[in-house]
Every structure is written in structure tokens, then in C-alpha cells.
Design a protein around this ligand. Structure first.
Ligand SMILES: *[C@@H]1O[C@H](CO)[C@@H](O)[C@H](O)[C@H]1NC(C)=O
Ligand SMILES: *[C@@H]1O[C@H](CO)[C@@H](O)[C@H](O)[C@H]1NC(C)=O
Ligand SMILES: *[C@@H]1O[C@H](CO)[C@@H](O)[C@H](O)[C@H]1NC(C)=O
Ligand SMILES: *[C@@H]1O[C@H](CO)[C@@H](O)[C@H](O)[C@H]1NC(C)=O
Length: 416
């Protein structure tokens, strides 16, 4: 692919034209579903580390970030338009049938348990069983959103494989109904924006179908005096107290520790009283790809459940829906996340609804039926009761979400 360099001003013009054409309903975007295949004698050789036991979440995270960065550079799309979704490993021993297995983030968390652990977990054994005589393939599935398919020549996926250091890259599907993300391009607003609250119940400013977000904190949680406080409520800081759920919504807070440490932290949710449950809320309906839960003391996640949208009273939105959206995403008697550690849960693609088209005629008030099935309004996390002794109290520093908001009332919320 040729590199075409244009002055920044021309780029801005092109972006403006793109938004304009979208606003007039003529823009098109394409969401490519790709799989990069990496092959090696062991997983370690693919990840570039000395042996399989050196594979931990940091290694996988860095490798994943590099994949996204290389794809972004090669395809000339912004980094946040490349979303690595899932990994699978395929092992092929001589005379044995090929076996493909989803490699969930949970497996990676298991792998991150330091060596010498007596867990003997089957996930860990399966993950690490690559050895002599086998060939291992790692399949990384990722999406690339192309907002200007007309602006460049067709992508050369063979050359992309080379750029990614992969054996091959396969295109699994192209969704041409993907919406355009104003948020990806939005320059800082020229004047203070009215605030999402003011937009509730009003017609959306632009016909935006959805907006992706990556590693975003939930926008709302129960406050001191009311059932939900949003991150941009003017009294947010008065509603927040040390150790309460609103610390999981507080966007400005400083990290609990500068080094990987376990211990108490006031700017986190500390599970002090039964039933050890926290609920986080979304203002717009969202579809989730991943939920990452950072625990900095006594990891003890027991269940993670999705709530339908709306999960709480939201002014201007339909009445709250009750119950859960499907079975628990996570339901384990013991949390094997190391401390400090991040438990990352991937929502299976079908269940997430992320591949579904977002119809132009829909809105939050009239959510298309197919989307209602996967539209999340909240996430409820419950913990196992801590053993006696306050030092064993579970401390959740943050919960971050990747996914997309449907018919966002203010898409710029997601570009922050
Ligand atoms: C994306 O690729 C995966 C893996 O090949 C496949 O299961 C899924 O159906 C694809 N989705 C779309 C929208 O093409
Ligand atoms: C976040 O920081 C900004 C700028 O420092 C400040 O204006 C705002 O009040 C802070 N918000 C919260 C919730 O701390
Ligand atoms: C919504 O508000 C009503 C009236 O204040 C209240 O009875 C109800 O419990 C609230 N619903 C939820 C889900 O919080
Ligand atoms: C969680 O798992 C336990 C044990 O397998 C099961 O009894 C329970 O019903 C599950 N919880 C939910 C909400 O599905």
C-alpha cells in the first residue's frame, strides 16, 4: 500500500467532508473482521519470551498492543479503530487431529499465576502443554473499522500479514453497515458542551448510530444519597466517600499504587459489608466486549452479571428493566486472579451483539428488538465474603469496559 501524505489542513477537510457526508446519510463505513495466524514450535516462541512459563498477562497485553499498533500504522487508521477481540490456540501434534480452543482472558489470568502455584489448573496445563513435536498456532481475531473506504486503495492483507509478523491474515467478514464514529475524529469542542444531562430526552444532535469505547470506567454507580450518581454530576465529589462504589466511576482519581502492590486504598471500592456487591450503571445502552476488574487486595470475585438497559432510573429514558441479561458472565467459587491482578472477562461475540447492525431508524427509546437482547444497562459484581480480619478485605481499584454505546446521546462522552 502506498503512503499518501497530505497536509494536516487537508486531512481536517477530509474528516469534515466525511462527517458531513455521514450526516447526509451517504457515508459508508466498513468493519473488517480479521484473523492473524501466528505459528511456532511453542506459544513462547510466538510471544517472544524464553519459555511458556514466562507468558503472563503483561506479556500478552504488550503483544496485543503491538499487534494493534502495527495494524493501525500499516492500514493508516487511528489506533482506537483496531480492536483485538480474542485469541485461540491451535495445537497440531503429529498424527493427532487439529484442535482449536478459545483462549479466554481467564486462561491468561490463570497463566499469570506465578510458577510454583499448586493450583494444577487444567486451563494452565492446557495452555502450557505445547512442547516438542507439536506445532502451535495462535489465532488473533481483531476488528478494523474503516471509516473512509473510498479514500484509499483496497487493503492488501498479504502485506498486512508481513507487517504484523504473522503467517497469514484472513478476512472473516466485512460489515458495511457499521456506523461512523464522530468521536474518533472529534477535535476538542469549541465551546463548553451543554453536558450529557441537558441532552437527555432531546433529539440527538447528529444521527450517530454508535460509539466505541475502550477501557472506559462505567459512568454511574450508587452515591451517598441517591441510587445513581453519574461521573459528570455537579455534586459528584460530595456523593463520593472513601471506599464507596463511586470510586469506580471517578475519572480523575490517581492510581492506588505506583508499583504493583497489594493493600488498602481509599480511592477504590472496599468490600466492607455484606452482601459484598457493587452495581455499575451505563446511561446509554451499551454492548460489551470485555470487562476488566482490577483488584489490589484479596481478589475474591464470585459472580459478574449483566443487567438489561436501563438498569436504573434515568431521566428521559424508558422505565428500568429488572432481572439479568442472560446467565452470569462469571460464576466461580474461587477467584484465582493474582494480587494485584486484573480479571478480564470476554463477552462471547454472539452474546455481546457487537457484530449486529445498528439500524438507522432506531433510537434509545425505540431500541430495535435484536439490540434489546444484548443492550447492557449495568454490571453487578459480587465477591466472596472476606475471611475475618480487615487486612483481607477485597479492594477493587477499577472496572474498565470495552464495547460500544448504542445511539449515544452525546458521542463525545466516549472520546474522552
Ligand atoms: C468474525 O470472525 C470470527 C472468527 O472467524 C467468526 O466466528 C465471526 O462469525 C466473524 N464475525 C463476522 C461479523 O464476520
Ligand atoms: C476533574 O478534574 C478537573 C480538572 O482538573 C476538574 O475541573 C473536575 O472538577 C474534576 N472532577 C472530578 C469529579 O474530580
Ligand atoms: C425508580 O424510581 C422509582 C420511584 O422513585 C423507585 O420506586 C424505583 O425503585 C426506581 N427504580 C430503580 C430500578 O431504581
Ligand atoms: C453459579 O454456579 C453455581 C455452581 O455451579 C450454581 O449452583 C448457581 O446456580 C450459579 N449461579 C447462577 C446465577 O447461575
Amino acid at each position: 500500500m502506498r503512503l499518501i501524505r497530505v497536509p494536516a489542513a487537508a486531512l481536517l477537510l477530509a474528516v469534515g467532508a466525511c462527517l458531513l457526508s455521514f450526516a447526509h446519510g451517504q457515508g459508508s463505513a466498513a468493519l473488517y473482521n480479521l484473523t492473524a495466524r501466528y505459528e511456532g514450535s511453542s506459544l513462547a516462541s510466538i510471544f517472544g519470551v524464553s519459555d511458556d512459563f514466562a507468558i503472563n498477562q503483561a506479556v500478552v497485553g504488550a503483544w496485543q498492543a503491538q499487534l494493534a499498533q502495527r495494524a493501525s500504522t500499516f492500514l493508516e487508521v487511528p489506533l482506537n479503530q483496531v480492536v483485538v477481540r480474542s485469541f485461540a490456540i491451535e495445537q497440531q501434534a503429529v498424527g493427532v487431529r487439529r484442535r482449536t480452543r478459545e483462549l479466554s482472558s481467564l486462561d491468561l489470568a490463570v497463566a499469570a499465576v506465578s510458577s510454583g502455584s499448586s493450583s494444577g489448573s487444567s486451563s494452565r496445563r492446557q495452555l502450557l502443554q505445547s512442547g516438542a513435536g507439536t506445532t502451535v498456532a495462535l489465532l488473533a481475531t481483531f476488528d478494523v473499522l474503516d471509516t473512509q473506504p473510498g479514500a484509499h486503495a483496497a487493503w492488501d492483507f498479504t502485506a498486512l500479514a508481513t507487517a504484523l509478523g504473522a503467517a497469514s491474515v484472513a478476512v472473516n467478514g466485512v460489515d458495511r453497515s457499521a456506523g461512523v464514529l464522530v468521536g474518533f475524529f472529534a477535535s476538542p469542542p469549541p465551546s463548553p458542551r451543554p453536558g450529557a444531562a441537558a441532552l437527555r430526552g432531546q433529539p440527538p444532535l447528529a444521527p450517530q448510530l454508535f460509539a466505541y469505547f475502550d477501557s472506559m470506567l462505567a459512568p454511574g454507580a450508587p452515591g451517598r444519597s441517591r441510587e445513581v450518581v453519574w461521573y459528570d454530576d455537579s455534586d459528584f465529589l460530595e456523593e463520593r466517600l472513601d471506599g464507596t462504589p463511586l470510586n469506580l466511576v471517578w475519572r480523575n482519581k490517581t492510581a492506588c499504587f505506583t508499583r504493583p502492590t497489594c493493600g488498602a486504598c481509599s480511592r477504590a471500592w472496599g468490600a466492607t459489608t455484606a452482601p459484598y456487591v457493587v452495581t455499575l450503571y451505563f446511561r446509554d445502552p451499551v454492548q460489551l466486549a470485555t470487562i476488566a476488574i482490577r483488584q489490589v487486595n484479596a481478589p475474591a470475585v464470585k459472580t459478574v452479571q449483566l443487567l438489561p438497559w436501563p438498569a436504573v432510573n434515568i431521566s428521559g429514558a424508558p422505565a428500568p428493566r429488572t432481572g439479568f441479561l442472560g446467565p452470569p458472565l462469571f460464576n466461580e467459587s474461587a477467584d484465582i486472579t493474582p494480587c494485584p491482578g486484573t480479571l478480564t472477562l470476554a463477552v462471547p461475540r454472539r452474546r455481546s451483539g457487537l457484530a449486529e447492525a445498528v439500524p438507522v431508524g432506531g433510537s434509545q427509546a425505540e431500541l430495535p428488538k435484536a439490540l434489546r437482547r444484548s443492550a447492557v444497562g449495568g454490571v453487578r459484581i459480587s465477591l466472596n465474603a472476606p475471611p475475618t480480619g480487615a487486612s483481607q478485605r477485597t479492594v477493587v481499584e477499577w472496572v474498565r469496559f470495552t464495547g460500544r454505546a448504542l445511539y449515544p446521546l452525546d458521542a463525545s462522552e466516549y472520546s474522552m
